[in-house]
Each structure stands twice: as structure tokens, then as C-alpha cells.
Design a protein around this ligand. Structure first.
Ligand code: MRU
Length: 349
């Protein structure tokens, strides 16, 4: 299956598919420096936890190429500044910090400017390629939990647009399609920025996977009518006890799935796990601009001076999760114990 090229580096220039324009226009834009990278991540031109991390890694590389340095100390000071700046673009998705940490570690492994720059480039490419492989493995591992003829609710976009490969939770759907499984997806539109209807539906249509777009508030009724076999979502940050942050509305899906006895899975690579935190209360939740809610496309849909509460993510507690699908396999309860078993193997300090 051919996946969307969400991000690429060509002749030391960084390009991304501008996701703000989808599904109406497929346009690649160049990100020329750390300000472009910061804005692209902040304004969701590129979004989805793994894709943000990949973009940030390449972003450090192309930004550091622009400057002249008198010596390594000056280079190191600038690299710290660029890493911190790009890292301040969005607070919730852990992949951003995981990838920037890897870039920082690689810089610390040398004291020569040209070598450092080359190492950053190869580390960014490695992060990108690894993500592609992780998507494949998550997809294959996820096949194990699919019943026959599954009808699945998806939320936000955890597909090719959000990763370096086919996605996390959508990768499972793509693998099922490759195996000729009869699969059907209910696509939550995902208010306020419609990553479901704009992006997931666009991806599924491209891959010829049958779907219906639903408003977010339709999901519970579909469950009640017995039309849903499984909920499959992505994750932005997973704590040591399995609590996880994902797009706002994920928690409602989990509560409704629990009530109706429907399996609820999240899929994510290990780079989404934050082994520094014990539980979901410690995950920073991004608050976004009130106009994302007050405006719908170009129309004003609430009194313009309304006060708005607009968290981009919510936390789903581990007791509502059936399993976490990773590139290493599926993690089941007890989550604290089973996630801890992974820590020593894979943690980047
Ligand atoms: O605000 P977004 O669009 O970056 O939110 C994205 C999500 O919540 C995704 O579900 C998550 O990043 C997983 S992407 C594989």
C-alpha cells in the first residue's frame, strides 16, 4: 500500500503537506527555519504526535544550517536555543520531546560542528525511517485484535498524515484492507478542527476503505444500536500507568465504550510513552485559541465575545482501556506492571 508523503527532506530543504488545506487542496510548503517549523507545528499545518516529532527533528537540522558559528560553544548555544524554541510549539504530544532529546543527545556526542550537523541529519532521517517501520509493526500487531467484519469508530487522525508511515490506529485498518478483511469505519468528525472528517475521511477515501463520517455526538447512539465492534484511537502521551492523552473527545468514547461493553484500544509507538510520569494528571494539556470554537470554517457560530474552554486533548484513564497496541506487541492490564517491563528495554534518558 502506498502511503501519503506527509513530510520530506530534499536537497537540505524541508517540505510538509499543509494539512490545514485538506481535503480541498494538496499543497506542499517549505519550512525554511525554526520560526517556520514552530508555526507549522503550532498552527497544525503538520500535526499528529509522531509527525510533529519527525518535523521537529528535521527542523533543528535545517535551522542550524542557516547560521555561521565561530566555534563549537557558539554552535551548541544556538542548537539549544533552536531545540527549546521548537519544543515550545505544542506541549502535549510526547514524541516532540522524545525526538528533540535524541537530537540533543547526538549533538552531545561530538565537539565538532560539521560532524554534529551531519549527525543531526542522519538522526532525523533515522527517526523518520524508524517511524515508518513502527507504523508497519503496529498495523500488523493490531490485526490480532480485529474481529471478523469489524465496524470501528475512529477519532481525530492517526493515519499516514500523523506519522512517517501508514499511521498508528489507521495502520491497523490499512493492514486489514491488505488482507482483504471486510472492514468499515465510522469517522468521528472531531470538533473543533475536524481532523476526522477533513483528514481521516480523506485518507480512507484514497485507500478505498468504506466509511461514514459521523458527528462526534453520534458515536454513543451507534454503540447503543449495536453497530460498533471496536474503538481504535491514537495517543499523544501515555503515562507509566497507561492513562493517556489524545484528541479531545477520546475520553467520552472510552466512557461510552465501557458502558456498552465495547473493546477500546489505543495504538502508539514507544516514543509516545512518557516514562517520567506516573499518571495522566501529570500530562500537560494544550489550551487552544477560542476562535477555533467560535468560528466554523469562515462563519461565526457563537457570539464573538463568548468566553470559550478549548482544550486540545483529554485524558483517558487506564481502567477504560482494553489494550495498547505498540510496535513491540499489545500491552494489556495490569498496565503499570506491563509498561514498567518495557521501560528498561527502550527508555531514552
Ligand atoms: O491536535 P492534533 O491533530 O495534533 O491531535 C492529534 C491526535 O490527537 C492523534 O490522535 C494523535 O496525535 C495520534 S497520531 C498517530
Amino acid at each position: 500500500m502506498e502511503y501519503i508523503k506527509t513530510i520530506y527532506l530534499k536537497d537540505d530543504k524541508l517540505f510538509i503537506l499543509d494539512q490545514r488545506l485538506l481535503p480541498n487542496e494538496e499543497k506542499y510548503i517549505e519550512l525554511k527555519d525554526e520560526k517556520d517549523v514552530y508555526n507549522a507545528i503550532k498552527n497544525l499545518a503538520i500535526r499528529g504526535a509522531p509527525a510533529i516529532g519527525i518535523c521537529a527533528s528535521y527542523g533543528v537540522y535545517i535551522s542550524l544550517l542557516k547560521y555561521n558559528y565561530k566555534n563549537f560553544t557558539e554552535f551548541k548555544t544556538k542548537s539549544k536555543e533552536v531545540i527549546n524554541f521548537i519544543g515550545s510549539s505544542r506541549p502535549t504530544a510526547y514524541n516532540l520531546f522524545y525526538c528533540l532529546k535524541r537530537i540533543e543527545n547526538i549533538i552531545n556526542s561530538t565537539n565538532e560542528i560539521n560532524e554534529a550537523i551531519n549527525l543531526i541529519k542522519s538522526e532525523a532521517i533515522k527517526i523518520h525511517n524508524e517511524d515508518l517501520e513502527k507504523s508497519e509493526k503496529i498495523g500488523e500487531n493490531g490485526l490480532l485484535i480485529l474481529p471478523n467484519n469489524p465496524r470501528i469508530i475512529s477519532h481525530c487522525n492517526a493515519g499516514g498524515l500523523a506519522t512517517g508511515g501508514g499511521g498508528t490506529s489507521l495502520s491497523i485498518i490499512y493492514k486489514a484492507k491488505e488482507k482483504n478483511k471486510n472492514i468499515f469505519v465510522y469517522v468521528d468528525e472531531t470538533r473543533p478542527l475536524l481532523q476526522g472528517s477533513r483528514l481521516t475521511a480523506w485518507e480512507l477515501k484514497k485507500q478505498n476503505i468504506p466509511y461514514q463520517v459521523i458527528t462526534d455526538n453520534t458515536a454513543a447512539f451507534l454503540m447503543k444500536m449495536g453497530f460498533v465492534d471496536l474503538i481504535l484511537v491514537g495517543a499523544d502521551r501515555i503515562a507509566k500507568n497507561g492513562d493517556f492523552a489524545n484528541k479531545i473527545g477520546t475520553y467520552s468514547l472510552a466512557v461510552n465504550a465501557h458502558y456498552h461493553g465495547i473493546p477500546f484500544y489505543t495504538a502508539a509507538p514507544i516514543s509516545t510513552f512518557d516514562f517520567n510520569i506516573e499518571n495522566g494528571n501529570q500530562i500537560p494539556i494544550e489550551q487552544r485559541d477560542k476562535f477555533e470554537v467560535i468560528k466554523f470554517s469562515d462563519s461565526i457560530v457563537a457570539p464573538i465575545d463568548s468566553d470559550v474552554y478549548n482544550p486540545a486533548f483529554d485524558i483517558t484513564p487506564h481502567n477504560l482501556i482494553t489494550g495498547i497496541i505498540t510496535e513491540f506487541g499489545i500491552i494489556y492490564p495490569p498496565f503499570y506492571e506491563n509498561i514498567s517491563n518495557l521501560i528498561e528495554k527502550v527508555w531514552i534518558k
